[in-house]
Design a protein around this ligand. Structure first.
Ligand code: SF4
Length: 443
């Protein structure tokens, strides 16, 4: 297949729906603009994983845009390592994989930062000459370049002579967030999270480090007034930044009319699924039944709630309560989607279980490749590095607890054969890896 695929790579979270939600919102918008043949997302902490994303698309040209606000550990190390990329352009067989800079490095972010600060000034009637700005980055000691984008924003604002004082502070590096109370003296502090999403860092960790309540936009600390802005990434322009970065590769990414709400999904496995559905079969994939005309939860009753768009269905299934593992068996039950065409049925399954159809089809065709735990552990550079040293008891307990509550079968286990599995799993997911580490500590 020729064509172009666009993959947005984000962090994801095990505790906050909005971290990956921002990325999925952007995917939904770009699909409706029809800017590429296949558009999807992948994540560090949620499925589909970075390592799985290239298996989901079939296009010869694939553009990967890191939706991170800093180049650093995830964009420079974890993402290329997990996807097998060697730089801005990697050839894998006949495919060309383009890896763009992060969204946090794009100039459009300057305008978003300025807009957030202008909003704070107007909303709280502040004088810039009596206000300090704290640009808050994540940072990490594993990669000093993680500090760069927040630092550069602080330098830009300082050079503009707009505010009395401007500093960059970091959640996980120096100078730390509370240092703002020593490094500035203005009566007002405008705290701007240089973060993508309204997730747990923005909602919990940053306010805690600032000493203000998590739900407050205004606080008083050490006799100073603190005004807490929304993170830069919640702005709709982030989607435009992603598109601009994709276009910078030289590929067109032009808007085109799309055929309905379920267009531009990743296509690996679609032909096999469609063939079965067009032959009149009703397939059961995990907790979901699929026919050519309808996709529904196997517990759905007549009159169950109908969904008509990927965004509404995804929100229903993953946000109330938050389910970081889309294939966990606790999926809300009472829903259905009516489909105009077979491809729509595939797109609904892909919305419910991202990446599962690609692996199902590969397994049916006898070409599924799996990755051992040792292989996954070997390419880790961060916290998961020690996973291969865990005791067997911890691994087995994690299989029981995590994989036991999942509709997939961990065929990456050496003692399980892929062809015995209805819905195989290529490699240990991040939810499993995190749980195994915790298990190793508790046993
Ligand atoms: S089978 Fe296990 S490792 Fe695979 S997705 Fe499910 S929980 Fe994760």
């Amino acid at each position: 297949m020729s064509g172009v695929a666009l993959i947005l790579a984000g962090h994801g979270s095990h505790i906050s729906a909005s971290t990956a939600g921002v990325v999925w919102d952007c995917v939904d918008r770009l699909r409706q603009l029809g800017v590429a043949d296949e558009i999807t997302a992948c994540f560090w902490k949620e499925p589909p994983a970075f390592s799985q994303a290239l298996n989901m698309v079939e296009a010869d040209d694939v553009v990967v845009v890191p939706l991170f606000t800093a180049r650093g550990y995830f964009a420079q190390q974890a993402l290329p390592s997990e996807m097998g990329l060697g730089g801005p352009l990697t050839r894998i067989g006949k495919r060309r994989i383009h890896l763009t800079p992060t969204i946090g490095e794009h100039r459009i972010l300057d305008a978003i930062v300025d807009e957030r600060l202008r909003d704070a000034i107007n909303r709280f009637n502040l004088a810039a000459a009596e206000s300090a700005v704290a640009v808050i980055g994540h940072g990490t000691r594993r990669n000093r370049q993680s500090r760069d984008t927040a630092r550069q924003q602080a330098e830009r604002l300082r050079a503009a002579n707009w505010f009395d004082e401007v500093v960059a502070v970091y959640l996980d590096d120096d100078p730390p967030i509370p240092s703002v109370y020593q490094s500035t003296r203005s009566p007002n502090i405008i705290a701007l999270p240089y973060f993508l999403a309204d997730g747990s860092h923005v909602g919990i960790d940053l306010p805690r480090a600032l000493g203000i309540s998590g739900s407050a936009t205004v606080g008083r600390v050490n006799g100073r007034a603190v005004y807490y802005c929304a993170p830069v990434g919640t702005d709709e322009s982030i989607c435009d930044v992603a598109l601009a970065l994709a276009r910078d590769t030289g590929l067109p990414f032009e808007s085109q009319a799309v055929d309905g709400a379920w267009a531009c999904f990743p296509s690996a496995g679609r032909r096999l699924l469609s063939k079965a559905l067009d032959a009149g079969r009703i397939l059961t994939l995990g907790q979901v039944n699929v026919s050519r005309e309808r996709v529904w939860h196997s517990d759905a009753r007549a009159g169950s709630r109908k969904f008509g768009s990927p965004a509404s269905l995804r929100r229903h299934l993953r946000e109330q309560p938050f389910r970081p593992l889309p294939t966990s068996v606790d999926m809300p039950g009472d829903w259905q989607v009516e489909c105009e065409k077979t491809d729509d049925a595939h797109a609904v399954v892909e919305t419910v279980y991202p990446g599962v159809v690609a692996d199902w089809a590969a397994n049916c065709q006898g070409r599924l490749t799996t990755e051992s735990l040792e292989t996954v552990a070997r390419r880790q550079q961060g916290m998961f590095r020690g996973i291969q040293n865990l005791a067997k008891a911890a691994l087995m307990e994690t299989f029981d607890r995590v994989c036991g509550g999942c509709i997939r079968q961990p065929t990456w286990r050496e003692d399980l054969a892929a062809n015995d599995a209805a819905l195989p799993c290529r490699s240990a997911c991040n939810v499993w890896l995190s749980a195994a580490l915790e298990m190793g500590e508790s046993l």
